[in-house]
Design a protein around this ligand. Structure first.
Ligand SMILES: [Zn+2]
Ligand SMILES: [Zn+2]
Length: 662
């Protein structure tokens, strides 16, 4: 059994979210003093609470900024993604704020000099600056170097260095003992200036908040200090560190120990000789294009609430599957305003990235929400955005781009709308659309992939082999047609719900003659009242769902997903696949998908890219390629997500039914 070193763990480690209740006594004390007469003024409690909130806000703003890849991708110091492991390890990055709030309360009781502090005292600012430079900086430097000694490093400081990519959250990620020591060092100038009689509330606020700001700066992994500043005022480089400077401490560890002032590294002869060179290299390279991704997934925003599920909004929330959380609701108007601003000004932007087998994969987002795709007057604008994104990908040398749910529907349908009107069937129009797009840009080097072949493969592989009959809605859509044609060749009877007899017959004629009678046109939901496998490709109402017999499983390829209304039935998720285990730097969840899971159309593009296929996957689905794409996906280590879950559910349903019969 490994015993943790003393004071390495946090005392409230097991409290989880409830640790915030420890701020409660401060709030209680302040409120009590306000309602109860004849009690001393306890406004200091309120000040501690306000400063703690402001410190949290400073960190959150820095986290947001450093995750805005569309602003700073070319200024990233370490060009790696932050993975789920690091996010989880740094989950409680704000522990030190709580610790310092509790320490501040104790200090208030011990030292009477904090009573009745004035709001402002200029002398205090001078005193605290002098104390910081002469006491805190050298003391921190000295202690930090000692924390790199074998014992202290192994048991305490290694946690701070365990994050491969320094992040704002890394700044606060340290063991309890370390934070106790460093907090004491931070408190010295505040205590000193106040004991001299120069203390003021504004001095304490300013010192603590500037301190946090500089800690965040050093860990943000984005170089924002221009090198020109140091060229003009060379002495400045010894007075203030840069994100590159502290990043070198994280990667090389035996240099750059200082708190904020490289002067002390210079004095202690631990200044990394590459510091300024690297700083210049990163700032001067920030105007360059950066590495070209091998693959791009072109996504869109689903709705206003889910727009907050982004690493630059709430990184920790974005690392979990999306669900609506209470704290998001008051922020809804703000997110709505952002949506309007994006509609007016934004272009497709870089959202996230990860590496797979050494290849760079990026997600770009079309700045439009789901509902906008259904507004006729917004369609032209959306299609222009999508076309521009594809052409940009082509220009910079991206090899494969795959389109998310509404992007392909909107694009392929509306972009070629005049053709659609001429053709007799929806399939022809979509089919023609894909072909025509490639025709319009014959020299396109980027391969455009709708990813529907893999989506079909995922759905088809979820259907147990012993199923003899399925009911299919959205039966004449691209995916519906492919699923029907594939299943009838497996001798599965497909009840295809469609009013359009002509379209149905056209699909039926595509099937081999001996399989054609397995495709059956139905026009009412009643026809499926004995069929327990429903494949939903067109949204169905709870009323329509009520025709399904108990124990039905609803597979679906419809956006948004259908309401889970039937208690006696089970519902599949949208088709998805798990990325291979060797994926690197993946730290956000794709909408409601689990960690490491992506929508099948995303996975389809990944497979296309890994296989190096040179054809575009546009227009109608080639049924013969379903198995080819599936095998390629499995070969590259992508794994089905829900097949196991669904098989277990089917077995459970069968057991329950057997019990009923007994
Ligand atoms: Zn260190
Ligand atoms: Zn650090």
């Amino acid at each position: 059994m490994v015993v943790a070193a003393p004071l390495s763990a946090w005392p409230w480690e097991n409290l989880g979210f409830y640790k915030y209740l420890l701020y409660g006594p401060l709030l209680g004390k302040f409120v009590y003093s306000r309602i109860q007469e004849d009690t001393p003024d306890e406004t200091w409690c309120l000040y501690i609470l306000i400063i703690s909130i402001l410190r949290g806000i400073i960190h959150l703003l820095w986290i947001s900024f450093s995750n805005m890849l569309f602003l700073n991708r070319n200024r990233q110091i370490i060009q790696k993604g932050v993975d789920f492991k690091q996010i989880d390890r740094e989950w409680d990055w704000d522990n030190f704020i709580l610790l310092q709030a509790l320490m501040a309360s104790m200090v208030y009781y011990i030292f009477p000099c904090f009573e009745n502090l004035p709001l402002w005292n200029t002398k205090g600012f001078v005193a605290i600056l002098i104390l910081h430079v002469t006491v805190t900086e050298p003391l921190y430097y000295f202690l930090h170097r000692h924390f790199h000694n074998h014992f202290l490093f192994t048991h305490y400081h290694s946690l701070h260095h365990s994050s491969p990519v320094p992040q704002v959250t890394t700044a606060g990620n340290a063991t309890f003992l370390e934070q106790l020591v460093f907090s004491t060092v931070t408190a010295v100038p505040i205590l000193g200036a106040s004991m001299m009689g120069y203390g003021s509330t504004s001095m304490i606020f300013a010192y603590v908040l500037v301190f946090d700001f500089l800690r965040c700066l050093g860990h943000c992994n984005v170089e924002i200090i221009p090198h020109k500043l140091f060229e003009t005022l060379p002495f400045l480089r010894y007075l203030i560190y840069t994100p590159t400077y502290h990043s070198l401490h994280h990667t090389e560890m035996d240099t750059n120990f200082c708190l904020f002032m490289p002067l002390f590294d210079a004095l202690g002869q631990t200044l990394n000789s590459k510091s300024w060179q690297q700083h210049e290299k990163i700032t001067s390279a920030s105007g360059n294009k950066g590495r070209v991704p091998d693959f791009v997934f072109l996504a869109h925003v689903v709705d206003v609430t889910s727009s907050m599920h982004a690493p630059f909004a709430f990184r920790s929330m974005a690392s979990l599957p999306f669900t609506t959380r209470l704290f998001m609701l008051p922020l809804w108007p703000f997110a709505f305003a952002i949506m309007l601003m994006m509609w007016a000004w934004s272009k497709t932007f870089l959202f996230s990235f990860y590496y797979l087998q050494g290849r760079l994969h990026q997600t770009w987002v079309v700045p439009r929400h789901g509902f906008q795709y259904f507004l006729p007057f917004a369609r032209d604008g959306i299609n222009k955005q999508i076309e521009d994104a594809i052409l940009r990908a082509d220009r910079i040398g991206v090899k494969v781009i795959s389109l998310a749910a509404l992007n392909k529907v909107c694009f392929f349908f509306s972009f070629f709308f005049p053709i659609a009107q001429k053709s007799n069937t929806e399939n022809e129009s979509l089919n023609g659309g894909g072909t025509l797009f490639v025709d319009k840009h014959p020299n396109l080097r980027v391969r455009v992939v709708h990813g529907n072949t893999l989506t079909a493969a995922v759905i088809l592989n979820e259907i147990p082999k012993d199923v003899k009959e399925v009911f299919l809605t959205g039966a004449t859509s691209k995916l519906g047609r492919a699923i029907a044609l594939y299943l009838c060749q497996r001798k599965v009877r497909v009840l295809m719900l469609t009013m359009a007899t002509e379209r149905f017959q056209k699909i039926q004629k595509e099937a081999p003659v001996e399989c054609q009678n397995y495709l059956v046109q139905v026009t009412k939901y009643q026809a499926a009242q004995n069929c327990k496998t429903w494949i939903v490709g067109k949204w169905i109402t709870p009323r329509e769902q009520s025709w399904a017999p108990p124990g039905t499983h609803f597979h679906q390829f419809v956006v948004p997903p259908i309401l889970r209304f039937r208690r006696d039935c089970t519902y599949g998720d949208l088709a998805a696949m798990r990325l291979p285990d060797d994926v690197e730097g993946l730290g956000s969840c794709e909408y409601t998908m689990d960690r490491g899971v992506v929508h099948a159309c995303h996975a389809g593009g990944v497979v296309h890219s890994l296989e190096g296929w040179t054809h575009h996957e546009v227009g109608a689905l080639d049924v013969d390629r379903i198995d080819v794409v599936w095998k390629a996906a499995i070969k590259h280590g992508l794994r089905p997500v829900s097949s196991l879950k669904i098989k277990i559910l089917y077995k459970l349903i069968l057991c329950v039914e057997k019990l009923r019969i007994i």
